[in-house]
Design a protein around this ligand. Sequence first.
Ligand SMILES: Nc1ncnc2c1ncn2[C@@H]1O[C@H](COP(=O)(O)OP(=O)(O)O)[C@@H](O)[C@H]1O
Ligand SMILES: [Mg+2]
Length: 273
Amino acid sequence: MMLQLKNITLSFSGGRGTFKILDSLNLCVERGKITALVGGNGTGKTTLFNIISGFQKDCSGEIVFNDKKINTLSPSGIARQGIGRLFQGKSLLPDLTLLENMKLHASTLTEFKTPKGLRDETPFAYLFRSKRQREIENTKEARAIEVLNNLFGNENKYLEMLHTLGSDFSYGEQRLLSLAGLFMGSYSLLLLDEPTAGVNPVYIEQIRRIIRQMAGEGKTILLIEHNMQFVRDIADKVVYLDNGKIQFEGTATEVLNNQEVKNSYLGVESITN
Ligand SMILES: Nc1ncnc2c1ncn2[C@@H]1O[C@H](COP(=O)(O)OP(=O)(O)O)[C@@H](O)[C@H]1O
Ligand SMILES: [Mg+2]
């Protein structure tokens, strides 16, 4: 098993007391598969991603990734273990350029770390480091260009937009380009939070293609998604979150045809989608 969540419990306290959002949740994510996490708004799906990726620390239970307990690692420590994430909403950092956004993921690769011997503060080490640092930045840029070429073809317009700020891209482009950025890291598990939400059909098609490519490269994918057509199309397995727990899991057909899922979730979704 690639990722195991054991007995995850998390409560938020607010003005009206304490609210248990996740309640002894258990989930196993199988290596090499696309698993869709579905459930109503506010059921704790993004919160669960925050827990896995180290942003939400005050839960109880165990998070085990590749047989290693990762509860106490920082978000960047967890990224270096091989877990990448697409954030919900406008997903490029607005004040960084496209290239800078993409380079962020490359920092998870050991090949881009400053070599140990160059860390001493001698004048010569300083000179070598700046040269080495330049080489590293150039390699990262070459890699970003290669990723964009692979995904969007050799003459894609994003090559001309490497120095455009994240905030200047449309919402749909931000989703696409954030997914592209994930190819820069050495991730083996990708957490994708609503990749298609609010995105027009042309981009949804491209997002489907990109996620299939990720899976084709052997990456394990856990995605939160409300577009049930997309889920049926792409997911090997579906898990349904409600009342703080995974209530059902199975194939898309099994879970989405389940009467309880239909009553409490899909009834609402069919109106909103
Ligand atoms: N830091 C927080 N403090 C208090 N409540 C929170 C916090 N983060 C999320 N919540 C609440 O937890 C619930 C689950 O949120 P979320 O995980 O974003 O839901 P989903 O992604 O399933 O729509 C929501 O009711 C939300 O308001
Ligand atoms: Mg969410």
